[in-house]
Write a protein that binds this ligand. Structure first.
Ligand SMILES: Cc1cc2nc3c(=O)[nH]c(=O)nc-3n(C[C@H](O)[C@H](O)[C@H](O)COP(=O)(O)OP(=O)(O)OC[C@H]3O[C@@H](n4cnc5c(N)ncnc54)[C@H](O)[C@@H]3O)c2cc1C
Length: 803
């Protein structure tokens, strides 16, 4: 065993071995894998080995596609068979909603280069003769689905890595991890200590324990999972072709051929967590006792839908545990405040996702960037609110919904409400329909008086359409009030604060009492944040950004922080906010402040401390609605008083509450992009239309060189705004954009814009097409006429905002 290595990967399941392989492929050879038993002795060995490309997040879908295509490569390098069976796969829809979902998945797949095909039921039955057509309404065919041998794949990764210089230490248990002052780790094992520059937690079922060794509680939990293997089925035995991989959403069932029978697995509605608090170290190649009663309801559906399986009977039942994150996606990346400690866990579909996870993590470690958009898998998407009890509630929900549709407007109920702001109950009394953002409840829209504060879930316009329209019109014609506590807020202080912010952000830091808009780039010149920065004094700044990216940004900020002269802290809900927007918002503010807030005294992008009657606040002249507006920030103890004051003072001005849905509609009218939709780390600032906030005349900043190159060469693609000829469904994001019969881009967000009465969307297209006008976007399987609008459809000159 080596005593000093560059990387110690802990865990010899499919994920750890994939990470090891990808590190050697990227050129890092001084890497070892430490496994407490034989390889595969966690959840990997008893997996059904099924693989498919479809995922709600297209970026994860892309990684799944990569994983499947990787098997040939690792077989060739390692000489180890992966037992790959590319049978093709069918996803069967039993309802029209599910068919809509499949159409959407098919459309999204287009710009990812996926070859899926919507097929008729006759065709589906020809491809998979075990099915009863009458239970279905449609199907999607994917030619690259199938199954693999889990042990073969894991060993092929490991052997391939060893060919590249890695070493694998089996039967070696990591018992502790201790960080040295230089940031390297002492990896303490039962066979001695290895000093590693980097540690990767790929502990699968024991990822939590490996997290606790460094004081981190990772949001993962194992669930019991069962599949059965049928006895011989004559139709299978006699078939000239291997049976397809099949997903039947109605029965929460997946299937593939196993020998001359079928393997059928199912996700039960009331799943059972395994080892809720701690995973036993002596659990190795073991199975859990089967409990067919728990999956009886799904099996009945399965037997009805596939009568030959029922006729054959059950030969064997497997019950084994595997881990999930609260949202079902992997948990990957560097962990905040734990330098050189990386995670690759919560991978619930190791044979579809393991390759992509290994690639992303190794890129990140070697190049400092995962190389593609992995926001949906980033460990930083969870905050410290994702406690074990939260994770437990959410994972049960995720497991129970594994094959259920998540509608674009659907807010899932488990573990809510958890974080609430002081005005939560006030908003509730007003009929607010809530969503959760980074664990914090916030109003999405308000049901009219006497109406039910709940939303129908649908791919089309919902019952919120009318009320959201009212909210938008009230903002544009009078004044609206919205809570904005979900934004992230950071306080940056110290003599070095300004220089540090200026090195981090692309724009020049504003003068005192002013706000500036400033993107943040990584060294490759890609967008990793967009902020508004307010200068309170020479040594004190507020930085506002996207709430969901709080940990993501804090991880970056802390990693860039000098040892002295600057301090940063997230204000979370210490600082809470209300925003007022619309042509009468100034009148409202003026009624409650002594200061002059006229346009001359308090112009656009001002930021000042101000008392609103008895309430000390900081007020910014800015709003994301694109209208005249103000954001008012107070410590949490004042938020209710502030709310009551504004509601009372605004009553005769036509004050209306508005929520996140209306804000979305209003910002689309102004072509304003937002974090995690238009702005993500795969786009440069010029592509994203943020070039005017990149100041090359100021001091050096991270990403400057790459941004300059982007500017000089010219962006390859551009963020543009479209007016969509939509029917009853608007764009929601990830729809393909067609031009001249070809898919040329994708939508990042869309929706109905009530003030202008049109459906709009934002999306990326090749730069050379920005002067074209007529495009199409594919919504629920239909290509809708779409017109590019070079300027925002609302107030293109920004007179309202600035006036
Ligand atoms: C019944 C069942 C069916 C499944 N079917 C499929 C399927 O069809 N398709 C699919 O893609 N996925 C399937 N899965 C899920 C799949 O098994 C997981 O996605 C995959 O195994 C996750 O691999 P992993 O490497 O993250 O974790 P694990 O396999 O749990 O590996 C973690 C490894 O880390 C080691 N380890 C942990 N702590 C230490 C330590 N302190 N020191 C040394 N070593 C340590 C463990 O011994 C273990 O070998 C199924 C799972 C089950 C249970």
């Amino acid at each position: 065993m080596k005593s000093h290595v560059q990387v110690a990967v802990i865990g010899g399941g499919v994920v750890g071995c994939s990470v090891l392989y990808h590190l050697t492929k990227a050129g890092w050879r001084d890497v070892v894998l430490i496994e407490r038993d034989e390889l595969t002795s966690g959840s990997t060995w008893h997996a059904a080995g099924g693989m498919h490309t479809i995922n709600l997040d297209p970026n994860v879908a892309k990684l799944q596609q990569y994983t499947i295509t990787l098997y040939k490569e690792i077989e060739a390098i390692s000489g180890q068979s992966c037992g790959v069976h590319i049978t093709g796969g069918l996803m069967l829809a039993g309802t029209n909603d599910r068919l809509d979902w499949l159409k959407q998945a098919h459309a999204r797949g287009r710009y990812l280069g996926m070859q899926t095909e919507l097929v008729s039921l006759d065709e589906a039955a020809r491809l998979f003769p075990l099915m009863e057509k009458k239970y279905f309404v449609g199907a999607l065919y994917d030619p690259i689905e199938g199954h693999v041998d889990p042990a073969g794949v894991t060993n092929a990764y490991a052997k391939g890595a060893c060919v590249g210089g890695a070493e694998v230490y089996r039967f070696t248990l990591v018992t502790d991890l201790a960080q040295r002052p230089d940031g390297s780790w002492d990896v303490v094992t039962n066979k001695g200590t290895i000093r590693a520059e980097h540690v990767v937690n790929a502990g699968g079922l024991w990822a939590r324990e490996l997290g606790r060794m460094v004081g981190v509680e990772l949001p993962v939990l194992a669930m019991e999972h069962q599949y059965l293997i049928s006895d011989e089925i004559p139709e299978v035995k006699e078939s000239a072709k291997e049976m397809l991989h099949v997903i039947d959403f109605e029965g929460e069932i997946y299937m593939r051929q196993e020998g001359t029978g079928m393997l059928m697995g199912t996700y039960e509605r009331v799943g059972v967590p395994w080892s809720e608090h701690e995973t036993p170290w002596d659990f190795t190649h073991e199975l859990l006792p089967p409990d067919l009663d728990r999956i009886a309801a799904s099996l009945e559906v399965g037997f009805r839908h596939y009568p030959p399986i029922e006729r054959a009977g059950i030969k064997k039942v497997i019950n084994g545990p595997f881990t999930f994150a609260p949202d079902g996606n992997p948990v990957v990346g560097p962990v905040r405040a734990r330098p050189n400690y990386w995670v690759a866990c919560g991978v619930m579909a190791g044979f579809s996702q393991g390759g992509g996870v290994g690639l992303a993590l190794s890129n990140w470690m070697v190049d400092g960037d995962p190389g593609f958009d992995i926001w949906a898998m980033d460990v930083a998407r969870f905050g410290d609110w994702a406690t074990p009890a939260y994770t437990n509630a959410k994972v049960r929900e995720t497991y129970s919904r594994r094959f259920r549709i998540r509608f674009p407007n659907e807010e899932l109920p488990a573990a809510r409400p958890l974080r609430t702001s002081p005005v939560h109950d006030r908003l509730e009394q007003r009929g607010a329909v809530f969503g959760a953002s980074f664990g914090l409840e916030h109003a999405l829209w308000f049901a009219p008086k006497g109406g039910e504060p709940s939303e129908d879930v649908t791919f089309r316009r919902s019952n919120a359409h009318g009320p959201v329209g009212q909210e938008c019109r009230a903002v544009r014609s009078a004044v609206g009030l919205m809570e904005v506590s979900t934004y992230s807020k950071y306080e940056v202080t110290g003599p070095g604060a300004e220089a540090w912010l200026s090195r981090l952000l692309t724009n020049r830091i504003a003068a005192p009492s002013r706000i500036v808009l400033a993107p943040m780039l990584n060294a490759n010149g890609k967008l990793i944040g967009d902020f508004t920065v307010a200068k309170l004094s020479n040594e004190r700044f507020y930085v506002f950004g996207s709430g969901v990216a709080e940990h993501y940004h804090m991880r970056w900020f802390e990693a860039q922080l000098p040892t002295n002269g600057v301090a940063i802290r997230s204000l979370r809900c210490e600082l809470t906010g209300l925003s007022i927007a619309g042509p009468r918002s100034r009148e409202l503010l003026q009624r409650v402040v002594a200061a002059d807030v006229s346009n001359e005294a308090f112009p656009f992008l001002s930021f000042c401390a101000m008392d609103l009657q008895m309430i000390p606040a900081a007020v910014g002249r800015i709003t994301f609605t694109g209208d005249l507006g103000f954001e008012i920030w107070v410590t949490a103890d004042y938020q209710r008083a502030l709310y009551d004051l504004l509601v009372e003072a605004g009553h005769d001005l036509g004050l209306c509450h508005f929520g996140a849905r209306a804000l979305h509609s209003l910002r689309l009218e102004k072509s304003f992009g937002t974090w995690a939709r238009e702005f993500r780390p795969i786009y440069g600032p010029f592509e994203a239309g943020l070039g005017r906030f990149v100041n090359f005349r100021k001091n050096d900043f991270i990403g400057r060189e790459a941004a300059l190159k982007e500017k000089e060469v010219g962006p390859k693609r551009r963020l543009v705004s479209f007016v969509v000829d939509a029917a009853e469904a608007d764009c929601i994001g990830d729809e393909p954009v067609w031009y001249d019969g070809k898919v040329v881009g994708w939508i990042t967000s869309g929706g109905f814009c009530h003030h202008i009465g049109r459906s709009l969307a934002l999306g990326y297209i090749p730069a050379e097409l920005t002067s074209a006008e007529s495009f199409e976007v594919e919504i629920l399987g239909e290509r809708r006429r779409t017109t590019l609008t070079p300027r925002p459809v609302f107030d293109p000159a920004g007179k309202r905002m600035r006036g």
